[in-house]
Design a protein around this ligand. Structure first.
Ligand code: 4GT
Length: 271
């Protein structure tokens, strides 16, 4: 039985938490509605609802003064396409920096672009240590280089391909970083259990029925020997990584027993 004081302590920390988000995201975007794709669904939706994170969208268009509320302009030197105008973007960044509740040195301004540092689980972890991430999403052909130099702390890419705008990349950052926060994930699916936490791909998963399309669930998973299952899953992860992403395996320093599991996998695979 929990004592009354314990219950009050629990409630108190809940209340404090809800007034004190772990991490604030400010998304600077011409399409704020897009961000409901993360803020209203699943793990990130719950984190926002419970106050673990906040996601505030700031539209540069609201910092324009002309009749047409212009946010784009032509590139010097010519060429196809338009760029985002500097002034509305800069005003939006300055407004975002005014977010209360965070120390300035724990604020990072991130520009999402294909020229950025490639996002991986290591970088996701580092970003989760910040208190305020200002995520700048470009449209058209991008933004003026001088704005990057004056205002941006870090340029991040989510992969070597071109998107029509930075929003999907910014939402990828919000999703992956939020998953890292303590209490963002439910009970036993802690972030430590995620694949990539140790640099390996995931093992295969199976659920009912036991027989599907003439294919059976691996017998070891039906046996209830939890040690044997853990060993099998680790072996599958090692083998999967060897087959599909040998580049990841090269970065790892496998233990003797992991080496042995992988050797056995390779032998079975070639047999
Ligand atoms: C790709 C990525 C990104 C784009 C990426 C500026 C205008 C960039 C359109 C934007 N494409 N943004 N962040 N691979 N396109 O991360």
């Amino acid at each position: 039985m929990k004592s009354l004081t314990d219950e009050i302590t629990d409630k108190k920390s809940e209340v404090i938490k809800s007034f004190n988000p772990q991490l604030q995201f400010s998304a600077i975007t011409l399409f704020p509605e897009m961000f409901s794709a993360v803020t209203e669904y699943g793990v990130v939706g719950r984190a926002a609802k419970s106050g673990l994170i906040t996601v505030k969208c700031i539209n540069p268009r609201s910092f324009t003064n002309d009749k047409h509320r212009t946010v784009d302009d032509r590139p010097y030197g010519g060429g196809p396409g338009m760029l985002m105008k500097i002034e509305p973007l800069e005003k939006a960044i300055i407004a975002a920096r005014e977010q209360p509740l965070n120390k300035k040195d724990k604020t990072k301004v991130v520009y999402l672009s294909p020229q950025g540092k490639k996002l991986d689980q290591q970088l996701v972890k580092e970003l989760s240590q910040e208190e305020h991430l200002i995520l700048l999403s470009g449209r058209y052909e991008g933004i003026d280089q001088r704005l990057i130099e004056a205002q941006v702390d870090m340029e991040i890419s989510v992969g070597d391909f071109v998107l029509s705008g930075g929003e999907l990349a910014a939402m990828t950052v919000i999703d992956t970083v939020t998953r890292q926060l303590p209490n963002a994930l439910g009970h036993n699916d802690s972030a430590e259990q995620d694949s990539f936490e140790d640099g390996l791909l995931d093992h295969p998963h199976y659920t009912r029925p036991e027989k599907y399309n003439g294919l059976e669930v691996p017998a070891i998973l039906l046996g209830g020997d939890h040690q044997a299952i853990a060993r099998w899953r680790l072996q599958q992860r090692l083998g999967n990584t060897w087959l599909k992403r040998p580049d990841l395996l090269l970065k790892l320093d496998l233990s003797k027993s992991e080496e042995k599991l992988l050797e056995d996998f390779k032998r079975d695979h070639n047999a």
